[in-house]
Design a protein around this ligand. Structure first.
Ligand code: ADP
Ligand code: MG
Ligand code: MG
Length: 492
């Protein structure tokens, strides 16, 4: 796709724009703690970003926004269906200990009776723009230089239902790119026409504040459950401070699961106290990877939170609803119709699905293995993990399957069609490095804000966007994982 400006930029302009953009980023909080000091704000730098906004066809951007409320509702409805969740995850939890432990908490809380019917969802549905002209590449066919824009398709990579990040930093990116385009001589009028506003931060903070208000106790606090190591604290801070701005009575605390274990108390009436303060909302920015639970104490803390009447974001059933296995099952024929009554909503959601295939034991899973082995370049194999760096791509899949000690292990994964996103040139700006012109691919995230109470929908919003762009040579994404860079869409 054509970049926002003709490239390369002349060297003096490139240096001027990159230096100015770094300072703009720092002054406007596009910031991250450093690798050396991930737990201290004594050393903070700008978060890696793309110097220019990356082109995104407007129709696909609008399509992604338009389907978000359907996804929010879908997650809520399926999370209420324990038969569906149980049958989806039955074989996965036999081999995946982490998902199994989450599932046991889900079962225990259901058995004991859910103390808080209100669920807060701050989701992010991620997409790539599939370029059909790139599919032949694995077979050595030449890459088409300019993809036909009208052939690009919006395809979902995944939906995140826990710790959906970068709403805070991402919201500043249109401002940063306006600044850079201006330095490069683009008129304000043109910039405004191409760079959509991003209200991710205020939407997400609005969800947190609305949940706090629904809880109905002025003295209660919002607890952000954070990881021990936390380079991305600034992104969370944006949301914390914006939630506090919404309502002068809101106070926010930050605790790790270990601290909640040590300093938390579940009262017989299911009130959760941390350091003696009642918790209205527990917002998880941790708890989604095994290393967040180094000992039994952290599992005890998670259980305690789930048993409490604090409003969870997400509750354990939303967390499970966001697993890759559930997403694979949703892509099977006839499944969406169980949860979405509106046929147009079903159509909108299904149009974004790529093929996804089971690896359960049995004929269907065997067929998947055969299909993948015969043409691995077309697929990605994904475990039930979050945060990037866990997938197995293309030619590595057959070896991974062969190296499993027991064939049962394959059921920890699902297989998905590999999306071939359109490539665009842009300058990667990273701390300590010269701006580098790189071939890159983008992943568009749309946030969703949802509050449900049993069958009742209290709030259902599309909540702004995030664009992350990574060098086309890397397979896995993730800004926090060090691969992707913050970006914003240049609508064309
Ligand atoms: P996680 O929950 O770890 O973020 P994802 O499903 O988002 O898991 O996968 C991580 C990264 O792997 C994505 O950001 C994307 O770069 C790449 N990826 C995932 N699925 C696909 C796919 N079907 N086709 C191409 N790339 C993919
Ligand atoms: Mg994810
Ligand atoms: Mg992802």
């Amino acid at each position: 796709m054509e970049p926002a400006l003709p490239l390369p930029l002349a060297p003096p302009l490139l240096t001027t724009a990159a230096d100015s953009a770094k300072d703009w980023a720092i002054l406007h909080g596009v910031a991250m703690r450093t690798e050396e000091q991930p737990n201290s704000s004594d050393a903070v730098n700008f978060a890696p970003f793309q110097l220019l906004p990356s082109p995104v066809p407007r129709v696909l951007f609008d399509q992604a926004k338009a389907v978000q409320r359907d996804f929010n509702l879908l997650v809520h409805r399926l999370s209420q269906d324990s038969n569906f969740l149980t049958s989806c995850l039955r074989s996965t939890i036999q081999v995946d200990d982490f998902t199994c432990r989450l599932f046991r908490i889900y079962e225990q809380v259901r058995r004991e009776g859910v103390a808080q019917p209100v669920c807060l969802g701050l989701h992010r549905s991620d997409y790539m723009l599939d370029d059909p002209s790139r599919t032949g590449q694995e077979n050595g066919e030449p890459e088409a230089k300019q993809p036909r824009l009208d052939l690009l398709q919006l395809k979902q990579i995944e939906i995140n239902c826990i710790a959906s990040s970068f709403g805070g930093l991402g919201s500043q990116m249109p401002g940063l790119h306006r600044h850079v385009l201006r330095l490069c001589g683009v008129s304000r009028f043109t910039a405004d026409r191409h760079l959509p506003q991003n209200r991710a931060m205020s939407s997400l903070a609005g969800g947190l504040a609305a949940a706090w208000e629904l809880y109905g106790e002025q003295s209660a606090v919002i607890v952000v459950v954070v990881q021990e190591e936390n380079r991305n604290a600034m992104d969370q801070r944006w949301l914390e401070f914006a939630a506090m701005d919404r309502n002068p009575s809101i106070r926010v605390r930050r605790c790790t699961l270990t601290q909640i274990h040590d300093r938390g108390e579940l009262r017989p009436d299911k009130t959760l106290l941390v350091d003696g303060e009642e918790v209205a909302v527990a917002y998880f920015r941790a708890g989604y990877i095994p290393t967040d639970y180094p000992t039994e104490q952290e599992w005890t803390a998670r259980l305690k939170i789930e048993q409490s009447k604090a409003i969870k974001c997400p509750c354990i059933s939303y967390h499970l609803a966001g697993t890759k296995k559930v997403q694979q099952e949703l892509a099977q024929p006839g499944v969406l119709e169980k949860f979405l009554k509106d046929p147009e909503a079903v159509e909108r959601v299904r149009a974004t699905f790529a093929g996804q295939y089971t690896l359960e034991l049995g004929a269907e899973g065997d067929w998947t293995v055969e299909m993948v082995t015969s043409d691995p370049g077309r697929f990605v194999m994904k475990p039930q993990r979050e945060g990037g760096g866990n997938n197995i791509f293309g030619e590595d899949i057959p070896a991974a399957l062969n190296n499993m000690a027991d064939v049962k292990e394959r059921t920890a994964y699902i297989v998905m069609d590999r999306i071939r996103p359109a490539v665009v040139s842009n300058y990667a700006v990273r701390p300590g490095r010269e701006p580098a012109l790189t071939e890159a691919v983008s992943e568009l995230g749309i946030f969703g804000v949802f509050i449900g109470k049993g069958d009742e929908v209290v709030l259902n919003q599309e909540g702004g966007h995030l664009l992350r762009t990574k060098p086309s040579s890397t397979e896995d994404g993730g800004v926090a994982a060090g691969n992707a860079l913050l970006d914003s869409p240049y609508l064309i």
